[in-house]
Every structure is written in structure tokens, then in C-alpha cells.
Design a protein around this ligand. Structure first.
Ligand code: SF4
Length: 393
């Protein structure tokens, strides 16, 4: 999403250009083919030819997801150029590290400040969104919810295999069908799995999804909201309020740590998605502000240290299954928090900080470079190298 927005922003500078050159650096290059980044940065310039330069060994100074756009005239002279960074969820930084478009709306720098205001003024979390974002947030969130439901519907109604060399079969449709004949807790879990798989499979095939907080982790929040709406008949209005709260949780993580797998591993993507969905579920189920914060804290805490090691650079394995598991975990976090009085030892702010420090300590091979963990083991198996002969493909 970020690379596409960056390309669209640069497009205005290309009126004198005959062709484009886009250099992808670091993690963006290492997993760019699997993430369809080359397609994302080329499409906005169509039909102008775009040369993609992959530079996985080089990193630009501010973030592992750097990119350089260059517009060239017919003689090959550079007529415009721009460096940008994709920092997760479609957000961009410019060359100087300043947010490119869309400044900070919320005045808070921590969850602690949010909790203090809600308690001081007797407000609910979603009411803070209303206060700072204005009334226009609600029609916007209605659009978000419509897009999320469409992604679920698309995924549930599509069969076959996902694009890419891994040949991964889609599961959402079959899981949904099987869930219909399962009763009780198993049936509910199966439905949650199916909804999350549906969105993540839609993403893996280049379909339209909502970054929540990122494309890789896009299945968790819609699955939880859709599941709860169907089970308990929540109105769209209540769902949108839960979305507003989820957005505030994601925003705190983005502000004080990172939602980029390339920067902090999957704890920042699926971990944050689980925190957002846990908070949204706790709110829908009647939790207090403290219980909502507890659910969010647990959602992130129990993903601490989670690496990003997508096989072949595709957002498929472990990503798709991981979204399904995190959706169930988010509902569990909400249930756990609602059983408590909301008091707990480690705060959400502290777990965010811990996640950031853990991510900083993580070797780059575990941060969206497809060089470590599952990605490496799979490659060894495929090539029969380093003690992995005879394991088949
Ligand atoms: S492993 Fe997690 S962070 Fe990495 S690409 Fe997959 S979903 Fe994103």
C-alpha cells in the first residue's frame, strides 16, 4: 500500500518524463516480489515504462523499506527524483523522516494519557475519536467496514490457488463450508478462522483489503468484528465505534514503536492487529475502558518476539494462517480481560515499548528479508542443502 501511495505521489512530478526508474531497497526489495511491490509502484505510471531496480543488500538510512523514484527524459537524464519510506499500513516518510501527508490527529503520546482523559471526563474510547477526528470519522468508518466485509465475501467465494510459486491452496471457502456443520465452540472458532483466511487470501491475491494495521495483518480485525456482528447482532454503528477504538490502539503502536514487519518483525503487524481486535472485541462485549486496554495489552504481549519470515517473500506462509490464529486469540484476550476488573501489572504502553526494544534487537534476517526462520528452512528443504536432503518439496 505504502509503495503504491508513494508512486501516486511522485506521479505528479513526471510530466516531462519518458520513463521511470524505481529502486527498492532493503526489506522492500528482499520481499518485494512476493508482496507485489513491483506491481504497486508501476501501475500508477501506466502506460509509461517503469524499470524496477532491486537492491536488497542496500538500505537507506531511515527505515528498511526505502525506495527511490526517478523520472528520466528520452535521453536518460534524471528530471525528477524522490526518496520515500514505507513505514507500515500505507504510511510514508519523506527523505527527512517527516510524515508524507496526513499529520498526527490525536494529541496523545501514550495510552496512559488516553486513560487519564477518559477517566477525568467520563468518556469512552470511541468518543475520543469523535472528539479529535470530528463527525466525518463516522462515514469514513462506514466505508472501512463495507470494504472489510467485501474482502471477507470475496475470500469466502473464491476457490483455487493463490498466485505465486508456493502454489498455496485457498482455504477460506472450504473452512467456511465445514464450519456450518460444526456446533458449539468448534464451529465458532472455525468461522473466525474462515473469515480471517478470507481477508488474508484476498490480500495475497492482490485484492482490495483494509490495512489494519497493515496488509499482512489485514485479516484479524475484520474477522473478529464480522464474527461478533453475526453472533450477537451488533449494529453497524457499534462496529464503527469498535473500529474507532481499534484505530486508536494501532495509532499508539505506530507512534511509539512500529507496525512495520521490516522494522520490528511480525509482532508489530499481527501482534498489533491482535491488540486492535482484542480491544474492539472487549468494547463490543461491554468492557470498561480499563478492560479494553487490558485486552489490547494482552494481544500484543503474547506476540512479543514474533519474527517476520515469509517464505519466498510471499505474504502467505506463515502470514495467512497467523491471521486466523490471531483472530481467535483476540477474542480470547477480550474474554480474559472481561473476566478481570481491568487491573493488571504490565500496561499497554509498557508492552509497546518492550515490543519496540525487542524489534530493535531482532536480527535483520527475521525482519521481512525472507533470509531467516521459516523462509530459510523452506529454502534449505527445497534445495536439499545443509542437512535437509530427502525431505521432498
Ligand atoms: S510474517 Fe507477519 S510481518 Fe511478515 S509479511 Fe507475514 S504478516 Fe507481515
Amino acid at each position: 500500500m505504502g509503495p503504491r501511495f508513494a508512486a501516486e505521489a511522485f506521479n505528479a512530478s513526471t510530466t516531462a518524463a519518458a520513463r521511470l526508474r524505481v529502486t527498492l531497497y532493503g526489506s522492500l526489495a528482499a520481499t518485494g516480489r512476493g508482496h507485489l511491490t513491483d506491481v504497486a509502484v508501476s501501475e500508477p505510471f501506466s502506460p509509461m515504462p517503469v524499470e524496477i531496480v532491486w537492491a536488497p543488500e542496500q538500505s537507506l538510512p531511515r527505515h528498511p523499506n526505502g525506495m527511490k523514484f526517478e523520472a528520466l527524459d528520452a535521453s536518460g537524464n534524471i528530471v525528477a527524483s524522490r526518496i520515500m519510506y514505507s513505514v507500515g499500513g500505507g504510511a510514508l516518510l519523506d527523505e527527512d523522516g517527516k510524515p508524507d501527508g496526513g499529520g498526527e490527529v490525536y494529541p496523545y503520546t501514550s495510552m496512559r494519557e488516553i486513560l487519564e482523559q477518559t477517566e477525568r471526563e467520563g468518556l469512552l474510547l470511541w468518543q475520543l475519536a469523535d472528539l479529535h477526528e470530528g463527525r466525518e470519522i463516522w462515514p469514513y468508518l462506514v466505508g472501512v467496514w463495507v470494504a472489510m466485509k467485501k474482502a471477507i465475501e470475496t475470500g469466502l467465494n473464491t476457490e483455487g490457488r493463490l498466485p505465486g510459486s508456493l502454489n498455496v491452496p485457498r482455504k477460506a471457502s472450504a473452512y467456511y463450508a465445514r464450519a456450518q456443520s460444526m456446533a458449539g465452540h468448534s464451529g465458532e472458532t472455525a468461522l473466525l478462522f474462515a473469515y480471517a483466511l478470507a481477508v488474508s487470501e484476498t490480500n495475497a491475491s492482490g485484492g482490495e483489503v483494509v490495512t489494519a494495521p497493515t496488509c499482512g495483518a489485514c485479516g484479524v480485525l475484520p474477522a473478529v468484528l464480522f464474527f461478533l456482528q453475526r453472533q450477537l447482532q451488533f449494529s453497524d454503528e457499534k462496529i464503527c465505534r469498535a473500529l474507532a477504538t481499534a484505530g486508536m490502539i494501532g495509532n499508539i503502536v505506530k507512534r511509539n514503536a512500529s507496525i512495520s514487519g521490516a522494522e520490528v518483525g511480525c509482532q508489530g503487524e499481527v501482534g498489533t492487529a491482535c491488540a486492535m481486535a482484542g480491544a474492539a472485541a472487549a468494547q463490543l462485549l461491554g468492557g470498561s475502558v480499563r478492560q479494553i486496554e487490558y485486552a489490547a495489552e494482552m494481544g500484543l504481549e503474547h506476540h512479543l518476539g514474533l519474527t517476520c519470515d515469509p517464505i519466498g517473500g510471499y505474504v502467505q506462509i506463515p502470514c495467512i494462517e497467523r491471521n486466523a490464529i490471531a483472530a481467535v486469540r483476540a477474542v480470547d484476550c477480550a474474554t480474559y480481560a472481561l473476566l478481570s476488573d481491568g487491573h493488571h501489572i504490565v500496561s499497554f504502553d509498557e508492552v509497546v515499548r518492550s515490543m519496540w526494544e525487542t524489534g530493535c534487537d531482532m536480527k535483520s534476517s527475521y525482519r521481512e528479508t525472507a533470509q531467516g526462520g521459516l523462509a530459510k528452512i523452506y529454502l534449505l528443504r527445497k534445495t536439499g542443502a545443509n542437512g535437509f536432503p530427502g525431505m521432498g518439496s
